[in-house]
Design a protein. Structure first.
Lengths: 287, 304
C-alpha cells in the first residue's frame, strides 16, 4: 500500500465532525474523541486555525459550526432562477422570528454558491406578502405536538397547532382545541398573542373520536393523506382512519368525493353523514 | 513580503491537503501546476515525494483522484466534487416550509425552477428525511418541452393536436384548444376545450404524450367559453374559512357575498360548491346545480 500521512488526514475527520452540526462544544469534543483526535485546547485551536487559514469560516461561539466553505458550487441557470424564487418567497412570506432565521440561512447559502444574486433585486411579490406571520406555529407542529395558548378575538384557547393554510384572503391556522376536543380553523391575523405552553404527548389528543371511511375508484390512487390520518391499502379500496379532524370539517371534505367515499365507522357518523346528504339534496333543490 | 506559515500555529500537512483539494475541485491540474500553487501559498518548495504522499493521503481519505499521463506530464483530476457543507436541521426545515408555502403561492413556472434549486441543494441536507422533495417528483415526469408548446398554443390562441393517455380508452388523439396551465394538488394540469364542446376538460400533464400546434385560430371558440359561474355564500362562512384562489367577491351585503369563480373546470367547481354546502345560497348555473344534486343522490345510495 502507498504511504500516506495519517496525521494530516485527521483534518478530514475534524471536518466530518463539524459538518455533523454538533449542538454544543461538548458534543463536538466527544465526537472528535471518538475519532481518536486529541481534544486539548491547543490541538483544537490548531485544527480550527488550519481550517480558517484554508478558507473555512467557523463559528466557535457555542459550538463549532462551518459557516463558509472554500468548496463552493455553481448553480446552473435554472437552479439560479429557482434560488431567486426561493428568496422571493422568503421576502414575501416570512416575518419576525422566521424572517431572522431565514436571513441567517440565506447567508449560509450565499457562502456555498459562487453565483451572485443581488438581494435588492429580489422582489417582494405583493400577492403573497403578509400571509405567514406565524410560520413558527407550523414549525412547532411539525416536529412535536406542542400546546399553545392563543388569544383569538379576546378569548384565550389552548390549542395544538396542526397546519397553516395560506389563502389569498389570509392565513388560517388549523388547530385542535384541547378543551373542546375539536378542530378549529382560525384566521391568523385575528390571533393577537401566542404563548408556547409545552411539548405534549400525542396521546393527550383524544384518540376515541375517530372516523373510518373507505375510498374507492380512481380516487383510491390519488387520495392524499391528511395530518393524523392512517391508511390501510386493500385491493379495491383504501380504508382511512381519521382522528383529529373536526367532524363538520371532515364531512364537508368527504362529501366532495361523492360515491367514491363511504363512511364505515362509527354508525353514528354514518347516520349524521346520511342526514347531511339528504338535507343538502333538499337545499340544492330549493335554491 | 510573504511569510512562511508557522508549523506551530497550524497543521501544515492538513493545510496543504485542503489547498490541493481546493485547486483540484476547481479544475484538473498538472503536477508542476500544483507545486507552483503550493509554493505561492506556503512560500516554500514542495518536493515531488511530498506531493505524491499528499495525493496518496487524499485518495486514502476517500477522495477520487485520478492520475493521467499526458505529454510526459502527470495530471491529477478529482472525479467527484467535494461537498464540505451541510444544512442543519433547522435550515432544512426552513427550506421545507418555503417549499410547502410556495406550492400555494408561486405560479407554476416559478415552481419548476424552484424544483431545480431544491434538487441541487437536497444533497447538502444533513438528514435527507427532513426535506421532502417528493412533492416535486410529479414535475420530473412532465415533458417540459411539451409544457412550453402548450403554453405557446394558449398564448397564440391556436388549436393543438394532442396525443394523450385516456383513463378509460388508452392512447387517444384529439384536436383541442388549450386554455390554461394550472397546478392542482401539487400536479400540473392543462385545461382545454374540445372542438365540438363548450365544456372545459382537464388533463394532467404526465398523461399528455405529445402536442402539435396548428395554425387554426381558436379566438372565436375561446370567446364562447363560459367565463365564470356566480354563486352566493353566507358572509359568516368566510369569517373562519378561506376563500379559494379562483374566487372573486362581486358584491357584499350584510349577510351574503356574491362570488364569481374563475374555475373553468366543472369537476373542481362542483367540489367547491359541495364543500360550501348550506352556506351556498344561490347558484347561477342550473347545469352545475343539477350535477351537484346528482352526485349527492349517488352518494346517498351507499347509506340506504
Amino acid at each position: 500500500m502507498s504511504s500516506v500521512i495519517s496525521s494530516g488526514a485527521k483534518i478530514f475527520d475534524v471536518i466530518e465532525v463539524l459538518l455533523s452540526n454538533p449542538k454544543t462544544r461538548e458534543d463536538a469534543t466527544m465526537l472528535l474523541e471518538k475519532k481518536g483526535i486529541k481534544t486539548d485546547k491547543n490541538t483544537i485551536s490548531k485544527y480550527i486555525r488550519t481550517l480558517r487559514q484554508s478558507g473555512f469560516e467557523i463559528d466557535t461561539n457555542e459550538t463549532f459550526k462551518i459557516l463558509k466553505t472554500p468548496f463552493k458550487i455553481t448553480l446552473n441557470k435554472n437552479e439560479e432562477k429557482g434560488y431567486y424564487y426561493l428568496l422571493e418567497a422568503i421576502n414575501s412570506l416570512f416575518d419576525g422570528n422566521m424572517k431572522q432565521k431565514s436571513e441567517l440561512f440565506e447567508k449560509r447559502i450565499e457562502n456555498l454558491i459562487t453565483n451572485k444574486i443581488k438581494k435588492e433585486d429580489v422582489k417582494i411579490d405583493p400577492s403573497i406578502s403578509d400571509k405567514t406571520l406565524y410560520l413558527l406555529e407550523e414549525n412547532l407542529a411539525k416536529w412535536d405536538f406542542v400546546l399553545l395558548k392563543i388569544n383569538f378575538l379576546g378569548h384565550y384557547y389552548k390549542v395544538i397547532p396542526l397546519k397553516l393554510n395560506y389563502k389569498t384572503n389570509g392565513t388560517f391556522l388549523s388547530c385542535y382545541d384541547i378543551k373542546e376536543r375539536k378542530n378549529k380553523t382560525l384566521r391568523v391575523d385575528l390571533i393577537k398573542n401566542v404563548i408556547f405552553v409545552k411539548v405534549i404527548n400525542e396521546n393527550l389528543v383524544n384518540p376515541y373520536n375517530k372516523t373510518v371511511f373507505k375510498i374507492t375508484g380512481r380516487l383510491k390512487k390519488n387520495y392524499i393523506l391528511k395530518s393524523g390520518e392512517v391508511a390501510k391499502y386493500l385491493d379495491d379500496e383504501v380504508i382511512i382512519t381519521n382522528v383529529y379532524e373536526e367532524k363538520d370539517e371532515l364531512f364537508d371534505r368527504l362529501i366532495r368525493y361523492g360515491k367514491y367515499c363511504e363512511i364505515i365507522y362509527p354508525e353514528s357518523d354514518r347516520k349524521k353523514f346520511k342526514k347531511k346528504l339528504e338535507d343538502l339534496i333538499k337545499h340544492y333543490n330549493s335554491i | 513580503m510573504k511569510t512562511t506559515l508557522n508549523e506551530d500555529w497550524i497543521l501544515i500537512t492538513g493545510f496543504r491537503l485542503l489547498k490541493i483539494l481546493e485547486l483540484l475541485n476547481k479544475k484538473d491540474a498538472k503536477k508542476s501546476e500544483i507545486k507552483e500553487y503550493l509554493k505561492n501559498i506556503l512560500n516554500k518548495e514542495v518536493s515531488d515525494e511530498t506531493l505524491k504522499l499528499d495525493i496518496n493521503t487524499l485518495i486514502n481519505s476517500g477522495f477520487e483522484i485520478k492520475r493521467k499521463h499526458i505529454d510526459k506530464q502527470t495530471h491529477y483530476c478529482l472525479s467527484n466534487k467535494v461537498k464540505m457543507f451541510k444544512l442543519t436541521k433547522e435550515e432544512t426545515f426552513i427550506l421545507d416550509s418555503i417549499k410547502n408555502a410556495s406550492f400555494d403561492f408561486l405560479e407554476w413556472k416559478k415552481i419548476l425552477f424552484l424544483k431545480e434549486f431544491y434538487k441541487r441543494i437536497f444533497e447538502f441536507a444533513q438528514d435527507k428525511r427532513d426535506l421532502f422533495i417528493g412533492d416535486f417528483d410529479f414535475f420530473d415526469s412532465v415533458n417540459m418541452g411539451l409544457v412550453d408548446k402548450i403554453e405557446e398554443g394558449i398564448n397564440k390562441k391556436l388549436y393543438c393536436y394532442i396525443l394523450y393517455n385516456s383513463y378509460n380508452n388508452g392512447i387517444k388523439e384529439a384536436l383541442v384548444i388549450p386554455i390554461q396551465i394550472i397546478i392542482r394538488n401539487h400536479k400540473l394540469y392543462m385545461d382545454y376545450i374540445k372542438d365540438d364542446s363548450k365544456e372545459v376538460f382537464t388533463l394532467r400533464f404526465d398523461n399528455i404524450k405529445s402536442a402539435k400546434i396548428t395554425d387554426i385560430d381558436a379566438s372565436l371558440e375561446i370567446k364562447k367559453i363560459k367565463k365564470s359561474v356566480k354563486y352566493n355564500v353566507k358572509k359568516s362562512y368566510f369569517e373562519n374559512n378561506p376563500m379559494e384562489n379562483s374566487e372573486k367577491v362581486l358584491k357584499k351585503t350584510a349577510l351574503v357575498y356574491e362570488i364569481e369563480t374563475l374555475e373553468k373546470h366543472d369537476f373542481f367547481l362542483v367540489q367547491r360548491l359541495l364543500t360550501l354546502g348550506k352556506n351556498c345560497t344561490k347558484i347561477s348555473d342550473s347545469k352545475i346545480k343539477n350535477k351537484i344534486t346528482d352526485i349527492l343522490k349517488e352518494t346517498l345510495e351507499a347509506y340506504k
